[in-house]
Design a protein around this ligand. Sequence first.
Ligand SMILES: Cc1cc2nc3c(=O)[nH]c(=O)nc-3n(C[C@H](O)[C@H](O)[C@H](O)COP(=O)(O)OP(=O)(O)OC[C@H]3O[C@@H](n4cnc5c(N)ncnc54)[C@H](O)[C@@H]3O)c2cc1C
Length: 409
Amino acid sequence: MSQQLHTPFVGQAQPDLVVAGAGVMGLWAARHALKRGESVLVLEKREVGAGASGGFLGSLMPHMPDRWNAKKQLQYDGLASLEAAVGELEADTGLDCGYRRCGRLMPMKHERMLAHLEERIAGARDWWTDEDGKQAYFMEHVPPEELGRRFKTPDGTPWLSPDLAEFGASHDTLSARAHPRSYLMALAAYVRNHPRGEIREGAHVLAIETDGDGVSASLADGSRIGCGRAVIANGWEAYALLGAMNGGKGAVCAGQPITGRGVKGQAVLFELAHDDSLPIIYDSGTYIIPHGTVAGSDEEGGPHLIAAGSTSVDDWLGWHEDAEQARKAFDRDDTAFYDHAYELAPALEHAPIVRRWANVRPRNTMTDPETGKVGTDALFGALEGQENIRVAIGGFKISFALAHLAHEL
Ligand SMILES: Cc1cc2nc3c(=O)[nH]c(=O)nc-3n(C[C@H](O)[C@H](O)[C@H](O)COP(=O)(O)OP(=O)(O)OC[C@H]3O[C@@H](n4cnc5c(N)ncnc54)[C@H](O)[C@@H]3O)c2cc1C
């Protein structure tokens, strides 16, 4: 890491920025502020990686490139710039984030999907472009007879089952993957190793409020920390923190009261040796993501882990009396997502499941002003009337591709 001429943060009474939550959103806000020369204290209730960002799925998949809108453009900007952002983070820390622009296959199960795919191929031509307007990433139709030849595991098994791809598959070159836990640990290492950065684990933030010209954070241990600005980035638990602000009236961002809930999801990790050339497979809510050696390696040192996810459960809080158990407990009866993974990728059929993971991701319940849909997006911005307090809350799917865009927090 480059040496910087800063006074050390440790021992300083008031950091420039306090961040509540050490997930991917909070740690990117911290990294940007440190790069600007600010001092940063990250307060984490549990430990780094305890939340939704600490898993192993890590798909970075674009919205479909037809019917383009501002939301798709933002997501494209995130996906297109992430490779460089991760490269810089890796160079700063010496840590591998498991990033690869691996592409994605989606089976075409009905003939009518082909006409739709034509529109998407044209959309990719128009919108997946570089600064000179030249097409940078592609979407194509792979006919059924080519699928097994182009995409196969090292023992020759077709990666995507021909039984589920009667009309072939769509293939894009924009989709990527990262290994979420490794990526998060690289961000945390950057903050911890920076002379003006600190992550305090076991620090439970109860409230953040404007205090004179600055902000103060009240912690569960009774302490108060004053700072210049604060970023609320504590995942799905941010909605309660924000809802209690302004005397219980809640906080407003971009003209809307901030509301949302936590949606629980689960994922599994299969052990299957591969050569790290395979694309993501996506179909009907099931993702299959081959990971590189940063996730783990076999005896020969080759990649051997493939993740599959995920589920969405709203009423998880009643699962256990203990809310922490409810948040993390894996429901072994909920197998539909990986049963479908077996159908999609026959090579997984005899691959043992070596890890199971469940956690809760944020899902805001605010209406997108452009599309009119209730949001699944990440939320960034300043609170109305409290310019020194910002929010950075992840979204339902694509947060890992967007978190690095939050420069201004
Ligand atoms: C099963 C599953 C699969 C997913 N798959 C993908 C995927 O493939 N691609 C993708 O981009 N996204 C995916 N997501 C979504 C993504 O993981 C989340 O959107 C993202 O991690 C949210 O990041 P965050 O920083 O907002 O929250 P989190 O990662 O949850 O971080 C919030 C942190 O705040 C801490 N905290 C909570 N309350 C307090 C408090 N009061 N004080 C201090 N700290 C506090 C928590 O302990 C936690 O560490 C998936 C999520 C799940 C659950």
